[in-house]
Write a protein that binds this ligand. Structure first.
Ligand SMILES: Nc1ncnc2c1ncn2[C@@H]1O[C@H](COP(=O)(O)OP(=O)(O)OP(=O)(O)O)[C@@H](O)[C@H]1O
Length: 246
């Protein structure tokens, strides 16, 4: 698996929200994406997933295993999304269908990509068990679960087809510390490549090998976590580290 993002620029009218962003993620590589709120992290992740809304104008090149993502037709993207790459969103309630039992939602990600319905149902129950959800979760609706449980449903869905690239967008922000730790361990146990958006530098230090630092739509610094965190070159990275150690 190789993800390549080259010169990604995203505009909304006259405003440039993401400005000439380039990075690669190699097979099994774990990359953290940090930076202040509004710096363009989520938009970058959405562009990689082919999920940018139509009113945004995106240029540059994004390829996954050589297949073009940016500008690809929805029909082609839907074959890749949820299969080769999957995303865990910041707020699971917006990504889950409130009217469908969670077991069925997890199963549907698999039937959509060709798995037999019965097998998918069994595999969904197993995936939900693997993220430490109680058996009753299979038949629950999203609103009947806690925030941490819903986030684990998202993780089960994201893993359903063993994607080569998993993107997590602040998956633990709204959760208490114990549940945060559990979700992080589950993410850490995932095979494959990872793009992990977070405000928590300690998480990046534990989970990731490489880190990208974004500010005002640009990547201001990128490198190995130990280099960037011990010898930050950019003033903004120095600031982020100083604040996190305070
Ligand atoms: N559809 C849109 N139209 C116009 N502006 C948008 C749109 N989506 C996002 N933005 C703006 O783009 C900027 C980057 O947003 P983005 O969500 O990528 O930030 P972020 O770094 O993920 O922030 P956070 O850490 O708070 O989630 C923000 O200023 C946001 O208001």
């Amino acid at each position: 698996m190789t993800l390549s993002v080259q010169g990604l620029t995203i505009r909304a009218g006259a405003a440039t929200l993401v400005d000439d962003v380039s990075f690669d993620i190699a097979e099994n590589e774990r990359v953290g994406l940090i930076g202040e709120s509004g710096s363009g992290k989520t938009l970058t992740a959405f562009a990689v997933m082919g999920l940018l809304s139509d009113e945004l104008d995106a240029t540059g090149e994004i390829t996954l295993n050589g297949t073009r993502i940016l500008g690809a037709r929805e029909k082609d993207l839907s074959r890749i999304r949820g299969k080769d790459m999957a995303m865990v969103f910041q707020e699971p309630m917006t990504a889950l269908n409130p009217t469908m039992r969670v077991g069925r939602q997890v199963a549907e990600v698999m039937t959509l990509h060709g798995k037999d319905r019965g097998q998918a149902r069994e595999a969904a129950a197993e995936l939900l068990r693997q993220v430490n959800l109680p058996d009753r979760a299979v038949r629950a609706y999203p609103h009947q679960l806690s925030g941490g449980q819903r986030q684990r449903v998202m993780l089960a869905m994201a893993q359903a087809n063993n994607p080569e690239l998993l993107i997590c967008d602040e998956p633990t922000t709204a959760l208490d510390v114990t549940v945060q730790r559990m979700i992080l361990e589950l993410i850490n146990d995932q095979p494959g490549s990872l793009l992990f958006i977070t405000h928590d530098l300690a998480v990046v230090a534990t989970v990731c090998e490489r880190v990208l630092v974004m500010r005002d739509g640009r990547i201001v610094e990128q490198g190995h976590v130990r280099d960037v965190f011990t010898r930050p070159k950019h003033e903004y990275t120095q600031h982020l580290l100083a604040v996190s150690n305070a």
